[in-house]
Design a protein around this ligand. Structure first.
Ligand SMILES: NC(=O)c1ccc[n+]([C@@H]2O[C@H](COP(=O)([O-])OP(=O)(O)OC[C@H]3O[C@@H](n4cnc5c(N)ncnc54)[C@H](OP(=O)(O)O)[C@@H]3O)[C@@H](O)[C@H]2O)c1
Length: 332
């Protein structure tokens, strides 16, 4: 098998030829057709992620065909077209993951390879109507968006929802899910053309988060959001406390822009705000997300497809975030 392997800190991934995989008890081997990148892969390659331990094959998202089943696995899986839930060992508490929770592609070898081995419970049938590339784009970002919006955010039809940094993979799924729900969706972006793309997907409009005072424009042109789905954090986070409607919710799933400078506690308690964190999703979130995607015939937004051998170039492109949606790797 071939694999793009992290062999050291802050060095490009290396294309390696490795022995073919065999499944242990409870595991399956999947011959991968496509994989997808997440910002996590970028953070790991620049050394900004906890627990980096080379050598490891990166990659959390993948779609392919089950080629071998270990002891104790239903042999009916063999030959099935599948996608993988990249969140392993969530545990029994839907509110929060267990201490043993980990994400495929560090510490365990991931999907930037022609084969991957995973516990059989990570398997789900490839969603109807999606290509291999679309299927691979869905898992990590899709479940993160789903949990942030629905499980943690309790989003409802008719609510006004603001999604920040709309070019991001998680953000584009949050946009598609919120539009399908029947919410009034607004976005922020560093790029007017990405705001236009978002509007073509059903957003009402958007604001450039690099402009001073965009929050005031939002308040006057769109009104206060009931719910904000934020993956950026950073200094602008505090202004979200001001912008959100009284009694509103802010769900944060990432901190691309770093930590906020200070939190105005007065705003938090006086406006009766709910500030919640969200990370990936439970097995139920994952299944619910797949059902939602199929029910609404949603297609993941793919910015570009690269060959597996070009993984380093795709990761390098993530540095300046030119993308709208997901980068996908074609494997076979
Ligand atoms: N907790 C979890 O389970 C989980 C899961 C997935 C991701 N994450 C984290 O969530 C973040 C987004 O992940 P992703 O995979 O969706 O990333 P991504 O596809 O690489 O997207 C990054 C986007 O962030 C936006 N952005 C950058 N700086 C911003 C700022 N100052 N304000 C608002 N938006 C800004 C940009 O949007 P524009 O291009 O529109 O300007 C950019 O396209 C990352 O920090 C990632 O590590 C967490």
């Amino acid at each position: 098998m071939k694999a793009m392997t992290l062999i050291g800190r802050k060095v490009p991934l290396q294309l390696q030829q490795r022995d073919d995989l065999t499944p242990a008890e409870g595991q399956v081997v999947i011959k991968l057709k496509a994989a997808a990148l997440n910002r996590r892969d970028y953070w790991i390659t620049v050394g900004l992620y906890p627990g980096i331990k080379p050598p490891v094959v990166l990659g959390s998202d993948g779609a392919g065909i089950v080629s071998a089943c270990g002891a104790g696995v239903d042999p009916g899986w063999e030959g099935q077209e599948v996608i993988l839930n990249p969140g392993i060992s969530w545990g029994g508490n839907p509110t929060v993951q267990s201490e043993g929770f980990h994400i495929l592609g560090l510490p365990a070898d991931g999907t930037f390879a022609s084969e991957v081995v995973v516990p059989a419970e990570q398997l789900h049938r490839k969603p109807a109507g999606l290509t291999w590339e679309e299927s691979a784009a869905l898992p990590l970002a899709g479940v993160t968006a789903y949990r942030a919006l629905f499980t943690q955010g309790n989003a409802a039809a008719g609510e006004r929802i603001l999604i920040t940094g709309i070019g991001g993979g998680v953000a584009t799924f949050a946009l598609q899910f919120a539009v399908a729900l029947g919410a009034e969706v607004w976005v922020t972006s560093s790029s007017p053309s990405k705001i236009e793309r978002a509007m073509s997907l059903g957003a009402k409009g958007g604001f450039d988060y690099r402009e001073d005072g965009w929050q005031k424009k939002h308040a006057s042109q769109a009104g206060a959001p009931d719910l904000i789905i934020d993956g950026a954090g950073g200094p602008a986070y505090c202004s979200l406390l001001e912008l959100v409607a009284p009694g509103g919710r802010i769900i944060n799933y990432g901190a691309t822009a770093g930590a906020p400078e200070k939190i105005d506690m007065f705003k938090v308690f006086w406006k009766q705000l709910q500030l919640r964190g969200s990370t990936m999703g439970s097995p139920d979130d994952f299944s619910d997300m797949l059902r939602f995607v199929e029910k609404h015939h949603l297609k993941p937004v793919i910015d570009a497809v690269h060959a597996l051998e070009k993984t380093n170039q795709a990761i390098e492109q993530m540095r300046s975030s030119p993308q709208f949606g997901k980068y996908v790797l074609q494997i076979s």
